[in-house]
Ligand binder design. Structure first.
Ligand code: HBI
Ligand code: FE
Length: 291
């Protein structure tokens, strides 16, 4: 029975994926032999560009795990990555036709299975893609699943998502995913670094997130994140900075129920306006100018 495709947000655009071949749980086969030489070349071009950009800007945990994606010259076989990933943190990656319903998404994460999209953007979409594609999911998300603490955080997020559905708190919880897994920054001895997949897989947002004076960079605080709205189709106006994946895991390893009730009673926050008393990181480069 063909499953209905899934799209997010108010969009008339037809979903990119072919859901006809998906199983009941929305997983499908990667069909690696079906990729054309042009698609392998496209992957290699995307990898080469992003690798140059992330080299000095991504956190060490990410850079150290990139090698596990395998060859940079062609689209990897998911089962090859799976073999390495299972040994590292007990995670697997599973092929999906594209975006899948939240319940299926959370259930997969809770079972330490990360959904990776099987289709790859076209050359015309080299600089911008509207939906997560194979490159975003593989290059952006998969390397950090090799980090034991981040891997535990991702599973806890999946479990939290299943609970949030029952508490009608999906919109609040999606902000946590957005400001950590997709657009998170981490403070290191060498300065701010990127760990969010949406930044790591973007040609322009790495520089924007770390070097542009405009965005606000605020110390991670769970309640503040759950209150902060976000836009999906432009560079972020604000980022949250964690001290470590251990801090992120500890600060979110609690029952969110009372926190959802607390946050619901408060007005939403803007990502580009600091609230009283919060830790705001200095504008990049300002320390060098002695300001
Ligand atoms: N489906 N394949 C896929 N990948 C995602 O990142 C994804 C999804 N479905 C829902 C979703 N993300 C977000 O809405 C989560 O916050 C649930
Ligand atoms: Fe993503």
């Amino acid at each position: 029975m063909a499953l209905p495709p899934v799209t997010y947000g108010a969009t008339e655009r037809a979903p990119r994926g072919d859901y006809a071949t998906a199983r009941e749980d929305y997983t499908c086969d990667q069909c690696w032999d079906g990729y054309t030489p042009q698609q392998h070349r496209m992957y290699a071009r995307l990898y080469a560009r992003q690798h140059r950009l992330v080299r000095a800007r991504a956190c060490d945990e990410y850079l150290g795990a990139l090698v596990h994606l395998g060859s940079e010259h062609n689209i990897p076989r998911f089962e090859d990555i799976c073999a390495r990933l299972r040994r590292a943190t007990g995670w697997e990656i599973v092929a999906v036709p594209g975006l899948i319903p939240e319940d299926n998404f959370f259930s997969l994460l809770a079972a330490r299975r990360f959904p990776v999209t099987v289709w790859l953007r076209t050359p015309e979409e080299f600089d911008y893609i509207v939906e997560p594609d194979l490159f975003h999911d593989l290059f952006g998300h998969v390397p950090l699943l090799f980090d034991p603490v981040f891997a535990d955080y991702m599973q806890a997020y999946g479990e939290g998502g299943l609970k949030a559905q029952r508490r009608n708190a999906l919109e609040l919880l999606s902000r946590l995913y957005w400001y950590t897994v997709e657009f998170g920054l981490i403070d290191t001895a060498h300065g701010l670094r990127v760990y969010g997949a949406g930044i790591l897989s973007s040609p322009g947002e790495i520089d924007h997130a770390l070097s542009h004076p405009a965005p606000l960079r605020i110390g991670f605080d769970l309640r503040r994140v759950l209150r902060t709205v976000y836009e999906i189709d432009d560079f972020q106006k604000g980022y949250f900075v964690i001290d470590s994946f251990a801090q992120l895991f500890e600060q979110t390893a609690q029952d969110f129920t009372p926190i959802y009730e607390e946050v619901r009673r408060l007005p939403p926050c803007r990502p580009d306006r600091a609230e009283a008393g919060e830790l705001v990181f200095p504008e990049p480069g300002s320390l060098l100018r002695g300001r």
